[in-house]
Design a protein. Structure first.
Length: 72
């Protein structure tokens, strides 16, 4: 039976950076941070809000990315 183990976790903050002059579509910029595997969603959201307060661009989205290794 296969099992997975989380090996790495990152927090991605996505910021709105205006609109593309040619297409008019929104442009986003992101920043990634390595985070502890045991961090809760509440802790990550509070951290994202704190970092967003230090940025010039408005926060658009907060994403947690977990990378897992699958073993037999």
């Amino acid at each position: 039976m296969a099992a997975s183990e989380v090996m790495r976790s990152t927090l991605r903050l996505v910021f709105y950076d205006g609109e593309d002059e040619e297409t008019g579509k929104p442009v986003y910029k992101g920043k990634n941070f390595n985070i502890r595997l045991e961090a809760t969603a509440e802790q990550l959201y509070e951290t994202a809000e704190a970092f967003a307060g230090l940025q010039q661009r408005p926060l658009y989205n907060v994403v947690r990315n977990d990378s897992s290794e699958i073993k037999a």
